[in-house]
Design a protein around this ligand. Structure first.
Ligand code: MN
Length: 221
């Protein structure tokens, strides 16, 4: 039960191994964060399993931050282990999709960047990775996906499409597996489109992947 997600339309659960997050994978978001996507390629970092939160759980605002922000992301579920995976074989490793939030303490992240320190406190705190159930699917299913959309209290705040990713999904599987082993049970948060912003206690976030039955709903407590 712990560190797992339900699989849509089955009684099964997807046992979550590690959580890999891609940074600056949409050019417009890289620019809003003050970076030049032409010069700085995407990169990745990790969240611990204890960051995972279930759809519908309250998000507990961390006591050590004054600026927590949402980042809506398309999540890929990895179904098979491998290293040095060529992009042309990436499809074998994708077993499903989810919609997740890469909740971020932006104030702590800014301090860490300035001090040259790691991001774990800003990105890996408890409950910082709320995620829907896993919808099983293949790489080809991407073609059916509409936009990834986030609303906050009913107002649209983020909208993006996987077609605008800097590292498309086969490329990001190839890039990540150049350096680390991908394992069955891994989740890859594929980066957020532009429009990130702060949350307040009492806010309700709803994330959708249009044309695909995934719907994430989180209340900030
Ligand atoms: Mn992110």
């Amino acid at each position: 039960m712990n560190h797992s997600l339900p699989i849509v339309n089955t009684g099964d659960r997807f046992s979550v191994n590690k959580i890999i997050c891609i940074g600056r994978n949409y050019a417009e978001h890289a620019r809003e964060m003050g970076h030049d996507p032409e010069r700085e390629p995407p990169f990745f970092f990790f969240k611990p399993q204890s960051a995972l939160a279930q759809n519908g759980d309250d998000f507990i605002y961390p006591h050590f931050s004054q600026q927590v922000e949402y980042e809506i992301e398309l999540v890929i579920a990895i179904g098979k282990s491998g290293t040095q995976i060529p992009a042309t074989q990436a499809a074998e490793y994708v077993c499903g999709y989810a919609v997740g939030l890469d909740m971020t303490c932006r104030d702590i992240q800014k301090e860490a960047k300035k001090a040259g320190r790691p991001w774990e406190l800003a990105k890996g705190f408890d409950g910082s990775a709320p995620c829907t159930a896993i919808q099983r699917g293949t790489l080809d299913d991407l073609q059916q996906f509409g936009d990834l959309v986030l609303t906050c209290n009913g107002t649209e705040v983020q909208r993006g499409n996987w077609r605008d990713m800097v590292w498309a999904i086969p490329d990001l599987i190839a890039e990540v597996s150049r350096y680390i082993k991908l394992e069955a049970g891994d989740l890859i948060f594929t980066g957020t489109p532009a429009g990130v912003g702060p949350v307040q206690r009492g806010d309700e976030l709803v994330g959708n992947l249009e044309s695909w039955p995934l719907n994430l709903s989180i209340k900030i407590a």
